[in-house]
Structures are given as structure tokens and as C-alpha cells.
Design a protein around this ligand. Structure first.
Ligand SMILES: Cc1cc2nc3c(=O)[nH]c(=O)nc-3n(C[C@H](O)[C@H](O)[C@H](O)COP(=O)(O)O)c2cc1C
Length: 197
């Protein structure tokens, strides 16, 4: 058995396992694969960075006009997956994505490095790009335009929180006797059970 002491509240488990992944210096511990559902029920997946728990949801930040945002606007059901190979741990979170407030996006944007702020303005995320030079020169223009002023949060950029309906904790064990523990929301409580590996 993993020996992990599961709390009644899956958020407590998540935070404890996430902090351990950070402490033990997992590469990109906050990288999570985010799956969305597009038109015709076709899934797509990409990596985004988890930025903390906000109002009961797992947050990340992105462009509100890219593919994932478009898909979320059509279908808010999403799923994210963390995998920390050296620890043999995986956490899967299923739920619904909703936008954070403008004030929350602005506050987070302010904390980002200047190059990331410029990148958020420069990139028309997921749209076709004529050439890499086009993007580079757009970036340079913005760099000059904002040389002596604070860079505002673009209106098309911000965060989402994923409000979980189910969270599964997976611990790898020898002989494929992996330990899987699932939480499913039941009103204000969580049902909990083991799953076969
Ligand atoms: C390690 C890693 C972290 C990333 N973090 C983010 C992120 O936090 N937000 C984001 O919009 N894209 C992030 N990306 C880029 C996305 O994977 C993706 O290419 C981009 O968001 C466009 O996705 P879309 O076309 O499905 O909207 C990251 C990529 C990697 C490899």
C-alpha cells in the first residue's frame, strides 16, 4: 500500500501530493494535460500550467480566443491529468471550466514576467501564422510600444478554474497492483472508493 493518509477532502490530498512533487523537484510539477471536447465530440489535449486553487477550482491561464477556449465555450466539460513519473503518481481531475473574474486575471497577469506579458499580446493563439518572423516583429513592436509603461492585461487573455466533479489519485505499485482512489462529488460531500487498477 502507498501508505498515503487520505483525507475526506480531496483538495487536501491534492495539495499535499502537489507540494511533495514540488519539494522533490519533479520536472514541471505543475504541468497538467488538459483535455477539452470540440465540435463533433472530438477530444483535444494539450499541456497547461496549474496556478493554484481558487474558489474551489484548479486554475490555469490562457488566451480566451484559442482553440481550447473556443471548445470550452461550446462545452465546459474538461479533464486534466498530472503525472509525476519519478514518484509514480497520477492525479486525474474531471469537471467544468469557468472563467475567473477580470480582476483575478489582471492580478495574475501583473505577477508574470514582462516577456510573458508581451507574449500574451503578441500571440493570436491557435490561429495560422504566416511566418515566424511575423510573430517576432510583432513582439518587437510591442516591446517598444510598452518600453516605458506597465503592460495591461489583454482583454482576450485570462484564467479558468476547473470545478471538480471527480478526482482520482493513482499510486504506482509493483506487479501492476496500482492503488487507485476515486472521489466523486455528492452534493456538498464526496463519495470515496478504490478502483481496480
Ligand atoms: C510545459 C508546457 C506548459 C504550457 N503552459 C501553458 C499555459 O499555462 N497556458 C497556455 O495557454 N498554454 C500553455 N502551453 C501551450 C499549450 O500546450 C498549447 O500549445 C497552447 O495553449 C495552444 O493550445 P490550443 O490551441 O489547444 O488552445 C504549455 C505548453 C507546455 C509544453
Amino acid at each position: 500500500m502507498s501508505g498515503f493518509k487520505f483525507n475526506l477532502d480531496p483538495f487536501v490530498n491534492f495539495v499535499s501530493l502537489y507540494e511533495e512533487a514540488v519539494e522533490k523537484k519533479m520536472p514541471e510539477p505543475n504541468a497538467m494535460a488538459l483535455a477539452t471536447v470540440g465540435e463533433n465530440n472530438k477530444p483535444s489535449v494539450r499541456t497547461v500550467l496549474y496556478k493554484g486553487i481558487l474558489r474551489g477550482g484548479f486554475s490555469f491561464y490562457t488566451n480566451y480566443q484559442g482553440r481550447k477556449a473556443l471548445e470550452i465555450s461550446q462545452n465546459p466539460n474538461v479533464c486534466v491529468n498530472f503525472f509525476w513519473p519519478q514518484l509514480e503518481r497520477q492525479i486525474r481531475i474531471e469537471g467544468q471550466a469557468e472563467k475567473v473574474t477580470r480582476a483575478e486575471s489582471e492580478a495574475y497577469f501583473k505577477s508574470r514576467p514582462r516577456v510573458s506579458q508581451l507574449g500574451a499580446w503578441a500571440s493570436k493563439q491557435s490561429q495560422r501564422l504566416t511566418s515566424l518572423e511575423t510573430l517576432e516583429s510583432h513582439f518587437q513592436e510591442l516591446d517598444q510600444r510598452y518600453a516605458h509603461q506597465e503592460i495591461p492585461c489583454p482583454p482576450h487573455w485570462g484564467g479558468y478554474i476547473i470545478i471538480p466533479e471527480a478526482i482520482e489519485f493513482w499510486f504506482g505499485r509493483q506487479g501492476r497492483m496500482h492503488e487507485r482512489y476515486q472521489y466523486v462529488r455528492n452534493g456538498s460531500d464526496w463519495d470515496r472508493f478504490f478502483l481496480n487498477p
